[in-house]
Design a protein around this ligand. Structure first.
Ligand code: DAH
Length: 356
């Protein structure tokens, strides 16, 4: 028994890890362990022998068990110590730098446009991107057979089978917001409506989704002269230099008379500069709101009149910031976004300057 004691107590104290400790436990006090087998022999002993051997064996078993437990705790402590030594953390190290995102040129230009028109008393109005064909077309004096409907390459939504109502459309322009605003507030009105519009078109200067800003001013005596001043004021503020404009007679179903507006520019080595030279670039459509459109919006054309315009925002961004291809606007290419994007704290204001 003394031999067994010595053997196991020494082995336990030498055990290097929990696995060898477990092996020792099985060998000594497991079901078929040496101490357990010895205990089985008690039955064959005389009562006198048993009286001596029994308690001694039990004491040995207890001693081995507590040695195992103590060693197990010591091993766990040592393991924890070792881990703590390798896993220390220097909380004074600088954090890992994370690159900031940038403001997309379209968002930037929308903010700039909004700041300029806000200064002239225009509020921002918004409407849904999925429109009824009434708001997108009919109310704007574009009836079903009108060629403008076909020209706009409209995206139509599907109707459920058996539903004969005309399909909704993805709005092809921001002009339906004119009607929605007339219905909501009545005249007088002075708003701009920036937002997304959709047409089935794709090349270097066209994407299926793009951005427009609509303008609408209604009052008792608002004239084409006011339109001209507002737009000239806008372009000069936006481009930060005096910009000549050219109003060309045109036709839109929702305005009468109608004008397309060109801005002065120069072309040099394939790049365009606004506000100099003697070329012209078309940037918007405009005119005096058609009486039928006023009526559709619930406004009496004998009492109120005014102007409207629609500008392509993406086009403005390309011109101002020298961005050659419209399609890249919507590719979400980080290299492009970092190059053309704006710092998030670069909020454009009229007094603080519109951009870097
Ligand atoms: N809605 C026209 C388009 O998308 C642009 C436009 C032209 C808007 C004349 C107007 C306007 O408000 O008066 O092509």
């Amino acid at each position: 028994m003394e031999e067994l004691r010595k053997k196991y107590i020494e082995a336990i104290s030498d055990a290097a890890d929990e696995a060898s400790l477990e092996d020792l436990r099985v060998q000594a006090v497991g079901k078929k362990g040496e101490v357990s087998l010895k205990m089985r022999e008690l039955g064959k002993m005389t009562p006198e022998e048993r009286q001596v051997a029994g308690p001694a064996l039990n004491a040995l078993k207890d001693e081995i068990n507590s040695a195992l437990a103590a060693k197990k705790a010591a091993l766990a402590d040592a393991a924890l110590d070792a881990r703590l030594k390798t896993e220390w953390l220097d909380v004074t190290l600088p954090g890992r730098g994370r690159r900031q995102g940038t403001i997309h040129p379209v968002s930037q230009v929308m903010e700039e446009v909004t700041a300029i028109f806000a200064d002239m008393g225009f509020a921002v109005a918004e409407g849904p991107q999925i429109e009824t064909d009434w708001y997108n077309f009919d109310a704007l004096n574009i009836p079903g057979h009108h060629p403008a409907r076909a020209e706009m390459d409209t995206f139509y939504t599907h109707r459920a089978e058996g539903d004969d109502r005309p399909p909704h459309v993805l709005r092809t322009h921001t002009s339906p917001v004119q009607i929605r605003t007339m219905e909501k507030t009545g005249a007088p009105i002075r708003i701009i409506c920036p937002g997304r519009v959709y047409r089935a078109d794709y090349d270097q200067t066209h994407t299926p989704m793009f951005h427009q800003v609509e303008g609408l001013a209604l009052g008792k005596d608002i004239s084409m002269a006011n339109l001209k001043w507002v737009l000239e004021e806008f372009f000069s503020a936006f481009f930060g230099t005096h910009v000549e404009t050219r109003f060309r007679a045109s036709h839109f179903p929702f305005t009468e008379p109608s004008a397309e507006v060109d801005i002065q520019c120069s072309w040099q080595d394939g790049t365009v500069k606004v506000g100099e030279g003697d070329d012209w670039l078309e940037v918007l459509g405009s005119g005096m709101v058609h009486p039928k459109v006023l009526e559709a919006g619930g406004i009496d054309p004998n009492e109120y009149q005014g102007f409207a315009f629609g500008i392509g925002i993406d086009r403005l961004a390309m011109l101002k910031y020298g961005i050659p291809d419209l399609r890249a606007f919507f590719d979400s290419d980080l290299r492009w976004l970092r190059h053309y994007g704006f710092a998030s704290l670069d909020q454009p204001t009229l007094h603080g300057g519109l951009s870097r």
